[in-house]
Design a protein around this ligand. Structure first.
Ligand SMILES: Nc1nc2c(ncn2[C@@H]2O[C@H](COP(=O)(O)OP(=O)(O)OP(=O)(O)O)[C@@H](O)[C@H]2O)c(=O)[nH]1
Ligand SMILES: [Mg+2]
Length: 304
């Protein structure tokens, strides 16, 4: 069992097989895993980075370039990428495998792809726990790559210490085409595919927008990268490190992140009491009795 002392020791030492075993455990055994997770102590040096952005923006290519920089410094990194079980993401896994192929066998790189398990555009339902496992290990960085559709990018901002939003200079200089809410979750903006001619204006306009929203603690930097040529990646890593340094001393943020985490765990705990099949049964009975009002069905269910 992963809960035994020897196992936790091996996890802390970065033993890959143990890490894999522990992740599978929290992925599948939600009831028993709480006592395991209670024993873990997060490594304070580990920086958790969320990388989000539209399909094809170059996230995996960028992660690949970051892996190069991080391993060059002899540091250790884990990557979590979401499996293409969502229709938005079709074929991405094969692409990621190819793009990160150089690092699959690297002793300082742990890569794991996770099925999104039907949560459309959402993160893996046990993402919080999986990150917890990795943070208890020996990594300098934990990188989560997520496709910026649906709920996943908001969710990732609640888990990652630093959220990097990757955009491409499409639609020319039209910064207005940015998805609503993106400004709120980004800690760092990356304008990738800066080899495109419209990139410079796009960067300038996005920079002005982020400057206008800056607070006393942090101004969201807007960085230019050409991920496929590893251009601008050193600057990105510096920005990530700088943001992490500030965010760990930001008590408001710390409280907010922890509250977010506690909320998710509470939610999962409460929902454990209910199953979809139970709900379906309730609906069947309701319909038999001519009851179609969902609120009344819920009330009857809770009062049972
Ligand atoms: N011109 C150019 N192409 C790039 C750049 N970065 C990545 N690409 C290409 O863009 C395509 C998509 O890159 P990915 O890294 O797979 O993008 P992604 O955001 O991970 O895509 P999904 O995971 O499917 O959402 C690939 O063909 C890359 O080679 C860049 O800076 N310039
Ligand atoms: Mg990808």
């Amino acid at each position: 069992l992963p809960t035994n002392e020897k196992n936790i020791e091996k996890l802390q030492e970065g033993h890959f097989q143990t890490i894999a075993k522990c992740i599978s455990y929290v992925e599948n055994e939600m009831e028993e895993s709480a006592s395991f997770l209670e024993q873990l102590k997060a490594n304070i040096k580990t920086k958790c980075i969320g990388i989000t952005g539209a399909p094809g923006a170059g996230k995996s290519t960028l992660v690949n370039a970051l892996l190069q920089k991080i391993t060059d410094k002899n540091q250790k990194v884990a990557v979590l990428s979401v499996d293409p079980s969502s229709p938005f993401n079709f074929g991405a896994l094969l692409g990621d495998r190819i793009r990160m192929a150089d690092f699959y066998l690297h002793p300082n790189v742990y890569i794991r792809s996770l099925a999104s398990r039907g949560a459309l555009g959402g993160l893996h339902p046990r993402m919080v726990e999986i990150v917890e496992v990795l943070k208890a290990s020996w990594f300098d960085y934990v990188i989560i790559e997520t496709v910026g559709v649906g709920q996943s990018e908001v969710d990732v901002a609640g888990i990652a210490d630093t959220t990097v939003v990757v955009v491409v200079p499409e639609g020319g200089d039209e910064v207005q085409t940015l998805k609503a809410g993106v400004m709120e979750i980004a800690d760092v903006f990356v304008v990738n595919k800066a080899d495109r001619p419209t990139a410079a204006t796009f960067v300038k306009n996005l920079g002005a927008l982020s400057h206008s929203k800056a607070n006393a603690i942090w101004e969201i930097p807007v960085l230019k990268t050409i991920a496929s040529q590893q251009v601008g990646v050193d600057e990105l890593l510096l920005a990530i490190d700088a943001h992490h340094e500030i965010s760990i001393h930001n008590m408001d943020r710390k409280q907010w992140m922890l509250a977010e985490k506690v909320w998710k765990i509470l939610q999962a705990n409460v929902m454990q009491a209910y199953s979809k099949s139970q709900v379906l049964q309730l609906v069947k009975q309701g319909l038999q009795n001519g009851e179609e009002n969902a609120y009344i069905l819920v009330k009857n269910f809770l009062n049972k």
